[in-house]
Design a protein around this ligand. Structure first.
Ligand SMILES: Cc1cc2nc3c(=O)[nH]c(=O)nc-3n(C[C@H](O)[C@H](O)[C@H](O)COP(=O)(O)OP(=O)(O)OC[C@H]3O[C@@H](n4cnc5c(N)ncnc54)[C@H](O)[C@@H]3O)c2cc1C
Length: 525
């Protein structure tokens, strides 16, 4: 089950278990139960602090719960899963935290979880190949270990397929709370707590409104915003970052192999490193804050204001916009209706949910062709739909795709509608751009891979945007508004890459600092 390397790794971690606990497994005669038993026996065999019992009677088999020895605590954390693959780290952390090893989480966040004075029963559906799932699994696991009123059950959708089908779950991670859908997609501990604590937004707004103006206010916390923050802070000026989700797109990236000097890393690690680097300096980070409106300075050299979704206004002598980009939608009827009900955007996350089923991929660029190759190994059949006359991906990828027996490639096809029955996707219609005929593909899943769209809707009418909605910048990152700079994927700078966004953030911060130095002192900052 665990190879020699994993065993050694795990043995090292388990030395940190201080408080004895039991693993109570509920098993049956299935092969999956045998697999779980083998894994748990291996774990229990590594330390005398962990005892394995196999007399659990939970209705979900196989599953296991972790319970401190000698306590009458009800089950708080259960894995209805064999947590290997991307979830191996979640398993290790659950063992360590249950064994009394302190989590590496801000004390304020732990206090916020402890303060949740209500019974919460979470069920999280994940897949072992989903790189977005571990963050949510780990956040909810920690919550249930820290607060006895919180229960978390981690469920592998591939193992409990009938449950997934009964609940119409077609995208992971999917979180249910007290038997009702609660959230889907990647969420941090901070985001989950904020969603549960309804008074938090108003409290935040009051605090943010009272913030003194920043010398440099950065909106967006991806590679561009993070680099801008480090460069600004190193100039010794008052720097603040407001971001909807610190880390940006790299949070959704699997492997990163082209950030110079880092041969190989993964997205979540890279995002944590970005935040860690910014925190090395005196920078105010306002995470989970969405900017809604940019209010230009009333006079030349005056303060620029940014209104947040919670109503608060942050002020800056200079502002750097680095709000990046997001997946582009096809924009046809049925897309919103069947999103997470068959229409998906992350093949790594949701591919396993379509095991043995027919799916489509829309988009014949590198990401679409990579997705189709990846999915062909899991699903019954992949239909790749490309708008143009030929695929735009690298030749090596195209020839690999063409070699696969369960792939059909359709070019010159314009998707016109997603359709469904009983609330689930059952296919898509497209127009043949050569013959003009209307055609159809019956699929249960469709992965949209047609590029990105800049996050600039909130800026329309305030500064110059290109016809693609990107912020127009000059060589120093200056926008059409005095004192407002921009960097990264949100701008007209070509080639949307991490290293380019980071360099661009640094450049915009230096450009903004140059501007700042040339301003007469503000009268009433
Ligand atoms: C799946 C995937 C894989 C990728 N793989 C690679 C790769 O391997 N190598 C590579 O170099 N590049 C890769 N990229 C591209 C790379 O991630 C981007 O080029 C880079 O993240 C852009 O950085 P950014 O800071 O400009 O924007 P983003 O990373 O998009 O960050 C934008 C920030 O702004 C915030 N934000 C957005 N709107 C608002 C608002 N209204 N108010 C407040 N905050 C807001 C976001 O929450 C986020 O913090 C990949 C992208 C994707 C999607």
């Amino acid at each position: 089950m665990l190879d020699a390397a994993l065993k050694t790794q795990l043995q090292g971690y388990l030395d940190h278990v201080k408080i004895p606990f039991e693993i109570v497994a509920s098993l049956d005669n299935s092969a999956n139960s045998d697999e779980m038993r083998e894994l748990l026996e291996q774990i229990a065999g590594m330390t005398d602090k962990i005892t394995l019992r196999t007399d659990g009677v939970d209705t979900r088999t196989p599953s296991f719960t972790l319970r401190r020895t000698g306590t009458a605590e009800p089950q708080s954390l259960r894995f209805a899963a064999i947590p290997l693959g991307h979830e191996f780290t979640s398993l290790v952390l659950a063992l360590l935290w249950t064994g009394g090893h302190p989590p590496k989480v801000e004390p304020a966040q732990i206090d916020a979880v402890k303060a949740l004075d209500v019974d919460l029963d979470f069920e999280i559906y994940m897949s072992l190949t989903c790189h977005n799932c571990p963050d949510v699994v780990q956040a909810l696991s920690l919550m249930s270990i820290v607060n006895p009123r919180i229960r978390t059950t981690v469920i592998d959708g591939g193992l409990f397929q009938s449950e997934v089908e009964a609940r119409d779950i077609m995208a992971v991670p999917a979180v249910w709370l007290n038997g009702q859908p609660f959230a889907s997609g990647r969420m941090s501990l901070e985001e989950i707590v904020a969603k549960l604590d309804t008074g938090a937004a108003a409290r935040d707004a009051k605090k943010l409104d009272a913030e003194a103006p920043y010398d440099m206010l950065i909106i967006g916390g991806g590679p561009a915003g993070a680099a801008a923050a480090v460069y600004a802070a190193r100039k010794g000026i008052r720097t603040g970052v407001a971001a909807e989700r610190f880390g940006g797109q790299v949070n959704d990236t699997l492997g990163i192999e082209n950030y110079i000097s880092v041969s190989m890393t993964d997205g979540p690690k890279f995002a944590a490193a970005l935040e860690g680097h910014v925190k090395d300096y005196k920078v105010d980070i306002h995470n989970l804050q969405r900017a809604d409106k940019l209010i230009p300075a009333a006079e030349p050299g005056g303060l620029v204001e940014v209104q947040l979704a919670n109503g608060a206004k942050l002020k800056g002598k200079t502002v750097i916009l680095s709000t990046g980009a997001r997946w582009r939608n096809v924009g046809v009827p049925g897309e919103a209706e069947y999103k997470n009900k068959g229409v998906a955007y992350c093949p790594h996350c949701d591919g396993p949910l379509f095991k043995g089923k027919p799916v489509a991929v829309i988009g014949g660029g590198n990401s679409g062709v990579e997705a189709a190759i990846d999915l062909a190994g899991i699903v019954k059949h992949v239909t790749l739909i490309e708008f143009g006359a030929e695929l735009r991906a690298d030749a090596v990828l195209v020839s690999k795709l063409q070699s696969l027996p369960n792939v059909t490639i359709i070019t010159n096809a314009q998707t016109t509608e997603f359709t469904g029955t009983n609330g689930k996707l059952d296919g898509l219609n497209y127009s043949d751009r050569v013959s003009g005929e209307s055609k159809r593909v019956d699929v249960e899943g469709c992965f949209v891979q047609i590029g990105l769209v800049p996050n600039t809707e909130w800026l329309r009418g305030t500064l110059e945007l290109s016809k693609h909605g990107e912020i127009v910048v000059d060589a120093k990152g200056a926008t059409s508004l005095p004192g407002v700079f921009a960097a990264g994927d949100v701008t007209t700078v070509p080639f949307k890459q991490i290293v380019i966004a980071a360099g661009d953030g640094a450049k915009a911060a230096l450009g903004a600092f140059d501007y700042l130095m040339r301003q007469p002192a503000l009268k009433a900052a």
